[in-house]
Design a protein around this ligand. Structure first.
Ligand SMILES: NC(=O)c1ccc[n+]([C@@H]2O[C@H](COP(=O)([O-])OP(=O)(O)OC[C@H]3O[C@@H](n4cnc5c(N)ncnc54)[C@H](O)[C@@H]3O)[C@@H](O)[C@H]2O)c1
Ligand SMILES: O=P(O)(O)OC[C@H](O)CO
Length: 372
């Protein structure tokens, strides 16, 4: 392992929630940058092993983790540790975020709190809430306004375990509060982990969540035996759908052309490393969703997010035929061959068909955060 890179900022105390693939990877990156990192796992064996041998026995097993990481858990950290932190980083799958924030909010002072960073890419089932809304509901508008989101093409694990082996990667770092996005970017930025800041957290969140649904579609097409023309069609028409949904929602359409949009969409739709692509590929090969989920061993956010997307499409009365088809295959038992035939038999339509930007749910969310 090469010698640690100096932090671009003063060393910070960072508590990472979630020692899965991405939480472990980001904790290692920050430890490697000489920050003082605490990594919470709800699995006792992970805590013990990280502290004793600097190895995670479940995720990124082949990696020797930074010695700047102290693992904590399995109980959720309490007020004393949280009050010492400069940064709280959440790498918990979207469906479990609310229950954890409900417990942690008691320790967060709404006037003076650590920098809060979220890296999950999904939409909550049932409520179809974005993470911003989950934060506002649980921790309050002030904390949601300052929350920062990291998204973009960043596999925790490739053949050479990319980020922890310092393979060049870029992400977007967005918040409604520019100074918080800047702080997060300075914390993470390194020559091999380039951070670009932005101020459209709603678009960034939607892009990260939606790309997972289209990665399932691209994987399914490959599983069915289609090749490059078809994958390029799904990526490009997927991007058109993502941008249409984002615009109707009230996000900035240009966000979908950035790292969190086309960057991550392209990567996840073209690689079996993506768990969402793998789910699709196996569906295309004829395996059932239950069987795939039961032995995936890791989260594929697109599966749950497809439900949230369907609710958003119904609410906004807009069409996104690929996303709807994925929902029907996953949850309405639609046969995948029939789904493909129906998609291909759709009549010709305008290539670029963006709704007028009325503000949509983003306007209500911003009102809730006091940003209107
Ligand atoms: N893996 C990647 O390459 C990558 C990259 C960018 C973003 N993400 C996003 O980061 C998030 C986490 O993904 P991951 O790859 O680390 O997932 P993972 O499947 O590798 O790990 C999931 C983690 O969540 C924890 N968990 C499960 N149930 C929980 C609960 N009820 N409360 C708290 N924690 C719970 C598990 O213990 C585990 O540590 C996802 O939203 C994902 O889309 C992942
Ligand atoms: O493995 P996936 O499909 O969850 O993709 C992981 C990241 O989102 C890639 O940026």
């Amino acid at each position: 392992m090469p010698s640690p890179i100096r932090p671009m900022s003063e060393a910070s105390k960072v508590l990472v929630f979630g020692a899965g693939n991405f939480g472990s990877c980001l904790a290692d990156h920050l430890g490697d940058s000489d920050h003082d990192v605490y990594l919470w796992s709800r699995q006792g064996e992970v805590v013990e092993s990280l502290n004793k041998t600097h190895r995670n026995p479940i995720y990124l097993k082949d990696h020797h983790f930074s010695t700047n990481i102290t693992a904590v858990g399995p109980e959720l950290p309490g007020e004393t540790l949280i009050n010492e932190m400069d940064v709280l980083l959440f790498a918990i799958p979207t469906q479990f975020l609310r229950e954890n924030l409900e417990k942690l909010r008691l320790y967060l002072n709404k006037d003076k709190h650590p920098l809060l960073i979220f890296v999950n890419k999904g939409i909550e089932i049932g409520t179809h809430a974005l993470t911003l809304e989950i934060i506002a509901d649980t921790c309050g508008a002030g904390i949601a306004k300052a929350a920062t989101f990291i998204s973009g093409p960043s596999f925790a694990k490739e053949s050479k375990i990319c980020v922890v082996q310092r393979q060049p990667t870029s992400v977007s770092v967005t918040s409604f509060t520019d100074s918080e996005a800047q702080r997060a970017a300075i914390l993470f930025h390194q020559p091999h982990f380039r951070c670009y800041t932005g101020s459209d957290p709603i678009g960034t969140e939607l892009a990260g969540a939606l790309k997972n649904v289209y990665a399932i579609a691209a994987g399914a097409a490959d599983g069915l035996g289609f090749e490059n023309n078809t994958r390029a069609m799904i990526i490009t028409r997927g991007l058109a759908e993502m941008t249409r949904i984002g615009t109707a929602y009230g996000a900035d359409p240009l966000t979908f052309l950035g790292l969190a949009g086309v960057g991550d969409l392209f990567m996840s739709c073209s690689s079996p490393t993506s768990r969402n692509y793998s789910v699709g590929f196996r569906l295309g090969k004829g395996e059932s969703l239950d069987s795939i989920i039961n032995n995936l061993g890791s989260v594929a956010e697109g599966v749950t997010t497809a439900k949230g997307v369907k609710m958003i499409l119904d609410e906004l009365c807009i069409k996104a035929r690929i996303a709807t088809t994925i929902y029907e295959v996953l949850y309405e038992g639609k046969d995948i061959q029939t789904a493909v035939r129906e998609l291909l038999e759709l009549p010709s339509s305008k290539e670029i068909d963006l709704p007028s930007a009325t503000g949509g749910p983003a306007k209500q969310l911003m009102k809730k955060l006091g940003l209107d």
